[in-house]
Design a protein around this ligand. Sequence first.
Ligand SMILES: Cc1cc2nc3c(=O)[nH]c(=O)nc-3n(C[C@H](O)[C@H](O)[C@H](O)COP(=O)(O)O)c2cc1C
Length: 512
Amino acid sequence: MIPVPTTRPARTHARVLRADVRVALDGTTDTVTLHGPVSSLVLRPVRGVLRTVLDRLGGEPLPDDELYEGFTPAERVRAAALVERASQLLAHSVLSGDEAPLRRELVRLEQTARDAGYEPAPVDTDAAVRLSRFALCRSRDGVLVLESPLVKFRAVLADRGARELTAALGQPVAAGRAGEGTGLGPQESLDVLAHLIGAGFAEAAGPDGTFASDTEPKLRQWDFHDLLFHSRVRSGRYDGIFGAVYPYQGEIEPRPAVKPVPAGEAVDLYRPLRRDIDARDPSLTAAIETRRSHRTYGERELTAKELGEFLYRVQRVRVHHTPGADSPGVDEVISRPYPSGGSLYELELYVTVLRCAGLAPGIYHYDSYGHRLVLVNDAEVDRRSLLNVASRSVGFDVRPDVLITVTSRFQRMAWKYRAMAYATTLRHTGVLYQTMYLVATAMGLAPCGLGNGDADMSARVLGLDYLEESSVGDFLLGTPGQGPAIAGDPGPEWHMVNSPEWSLPGEASFAP
Ligand SMILES: Cc1cc2nc3c(=O)[nH]c(=O)nc-3n(C[C@H](O)[C@H](O)[C@H](O)COP(=O)(O)O)c2cc1C
């Protein structure tokens, strides 16, 4: 075992201003503003050693002894404080062991979160090392970068040798051999590895030969894509542009608030009267408390009138706001009965009618503006394909009266929101599910939300472009049957908790 000398990384560890940071100097007030991609830092006054250290940071990556060269101990303390303050706009560089001008930058680590820090973690040459299961490589701004939802840094793989070393870490390899054939010297490889391991992109095997990202119980239960998604759709851990920033304004036309109705045979739907509904609806509490997921259906078939009322109460457009020429910058929005981020209402409903009095079987688009169903596909085989996927989600051959496919017109959201557009669509899907559940319950119908649908197949049968509009949810609806409302019979293992008296006599309940 050859331990890596711990003195060596100091000479090969350097600091430099990030390439995406712009420096603006106001000479009259000695104010320097560092403009980063998501945050800026104003420094004042910047004179003497502070100016020198900023100038040096704007050049080649420099190890500490060169960054603070010529400074007195007191000046060094002041300069180091500035480096610390600006750390999110600076990068850590791992340099080759050569002296300038031969020295090369091998890897650059850019901080992606405010409270980030790491120490290089040298490993023994015979330790097995590998990339973390959560690490990913991608091209970003034309450069290969290594990222991970577990790491608050991005590694810019500046040097070909570092890129090849990273590729070699796709499978377990002895640390001392990982750099073989990459063009990096043995010490250079170990230096890069120490940084990648210290930051968390790569990991050394434990005594039993396993890697923590495979075996640690919390990590093991995260899918790679789920953790990545979680780390990117809320701010704090990543330095990408986030929120309602209208990234494509002036470059791409926004999608209209109301989807243009596809061509096809149209069926006008029944429009309920509010006073009739008010007269017969249960209370909100009764609807919430008696709501259940139903997977079996009654002998009576759903009617076109019921379907019309259901769609009207859930998804109709009830307000359309078209900004005029005198209100630039205001979005074209609509309103529906449920809430939607930015009032963008990107969700569409497609109704696969299997059994409905007054409506021919077929796959229809719900025209939420005209309150009509427009036939988009009448092939029985396609209805069966959609139903088969729904049956897989339920666990048996399910026979609802209608199957509702929820799609998203993705660009409605992406035109306005960066980073959170799709996450918000999934939230909208949940909001819509609950609205469908409660309206169905109030109407005495049998609802059930589904957790999986085939977005690829449904795009095909609905005639959609997967990237423009495809399914994000599926929902069963029918008349209630006699079977158990919940999966499996409620038995003695079901216990009412919290105020059993809350349920009124005669209300459906879990209680056996
Ligand atoms: C987002 C979501 C996904 C669901 N996915 C399925 C599913 O794929 N299959 C199924 O049978 N039930 C599904 N359900 C229904 C749940 O199983 C049900 O809500 C849960 O068992 C609680 O029972 P309850 O709805 O009767 O109160 C889903 C519900 C929701 C909200």
